[in-house]
Write a protein that binds this ligand. Structure first.
Ligand code: NAD
Ligand code: UDP
Length: 322
């Protein structure tokens, strides 16, 4: 279904060569937009945007959002930021810098060009939550000095900046809080649970569950998520969010390991490793707001999304690029 193009159709996607960004670029092109993709390839992959380069409405700039950017666009999706714990903890200062300085640069761009800007925030703003499922009005429980803080607090500060630019400079903002999302184009070595488990199951290596596997996550297939991003961007100006986007189907990490092993038909052993510090024990979005305001809810069942993701990684491994 086409969403219909708003007045201007030039869209900037920061982090467009990453996992979610590459799907978003593809979907925007399919909807008739002109797409300017910006990425510094810190975690993104050229392979993710290779198929888009032939489209004359797609343009790529290798650029770090911590530097100013001077372009004329109508909409900005700010996705640039490493998202996997291994990646964002590799250079935590750079992670904070991207969420704070990079976000200021993108908000300044939105202010100058009067573009609407959407921030890819995260369920990590809720930290290790005491309220379950997490509604948007919950302020969260984040350890400000722990190893995840560079990401969690960086993203919390980015939300603060969005609302301050909105109040102080009337910037047209949208904020979405994305819960764990998975699908093709994830980096095979990015360390997140779905990619780790699938690659291990396909290669016959042990599947490593951290802790006893009783912690929960709620996994959203990327096509569903991208549909939610476009719906949020198309909302009236007054509706800023934040809005949770995620799949409320909750599963323990041990169940996920078993499901993936079964779907792959693998004999991989499931082994247990220590739980990383501050690893949230449970996570599930309350998506009442997304349902009522955006008319959005995920539709892809876990087994269906996992099967597509398994096919993707299987292909990568066959090509020897995984
Ligand atoms: P990803 O690591 O695959 O993509 C991030 C992209 O941003 C990469 O291509 C990377 O090279 C680029 N990037 C990072 N820093 C940059 C910088 N300073 N300048 C330019 N480009 C830069 O991660 P993803 O899963 O696609 O996540 C995309 C966004 O969605 C992130 O902002 C992330 O925080 C958010 N998010 C993702 C999830 C999820 O489950 N995938 C959950 C919550 C929030
Ligand atoms: N996890 C795991 N084995 C892995 C990777 C992750 O058991 O190989 C666990 C991790 O400890 C966490 C959950 O899976 O409890 C989700 O981890 P991920 O890094 O994908 O995302 P996040 O913790 O940011 O939700």
């Amino acid at each position: 279904m086409s969403l219909g193009l708003p007045q201007g159709n030039k869209v900037l996607v920061t982090g467009g060569a990453g996992f979610i960004g590459s799907h978003l670029c593809r979907r925007l092109l399919a909807e008739g937009y002109e797409v300017l993709c910006v990425d510094n390839f810190i975690t993104g992959q050229k392979r993710n945007i290779k198929a888009l380069l032939d489209d004359y409405r797609f343009e790529f700039i290798r650029h770090d959002i911590n530097e100013r950017l001077y372009v004329q666009v109508d909409q900005i999706y700010n996705l640039a930021c490493p998202a996997s714990p291994i990646h964002y903890q590799f250079d935590p200062v750079a992670t904070v810098q991207t969420s704070v300085l990079g976000t200021i640069n993108m908000l300044e761009l939105a202010r100058r060009t009067r573009a609407r800007i959407l921030q890819a925030s995260t369920s990590e703003v809720y930290g290790d939550p005491e309220i379950h499922p997490q509604p948007e009005h919950y302020w969260g429980r984040v350890n400000p000095i722990g190893p995840r803080a560079c990401y969690d607090e960086g993203k919390r500060c980015a939300e603060t900046l969005f609302f301050d630019y909105h109040r102080e400079h009337r910037v047209d903002i949208k904020v979405v809080r994305i819960f764990n999302t998975y699908g093709p184009n994830m980096h095979p070595k990015d360390g997140r649970v779905v990619s780790n488990f699938i690659v291990a199951a396909l290669t016959g290596e042990p599947i490593t569950v951290y802790g006893d596997g009783s912690q929960t996550r709620s996994l959203c297939y990327v096509d569903d998520l991208v549909g939610g991003l476009l719906k949020m961007m198309a909302q009236p100006k007054e509706f800023t969010g934040p809005v949770n986007l995620g799949n409320p189907h909750e599963i323990t990490i041990l169940e996920l390991a078993e499901t993936i092993r079964d779907l792959v038909g693998s004999r991989s052993e499931i082994v247990f490793r220590p739980l990383p510090q501050d690893d949230p024990k449970q996570r599930c979005p309350d998506i009442t707001l997304a349902k009522t305001h955006l008319g959005w809810a995920p539709t892809v069942p876990l087994e269906v999304g996992l099967a597509k993701t398994i096919d993707y990684f299987d292909q990568l491994l066959r090509e020897g690029t995984g």
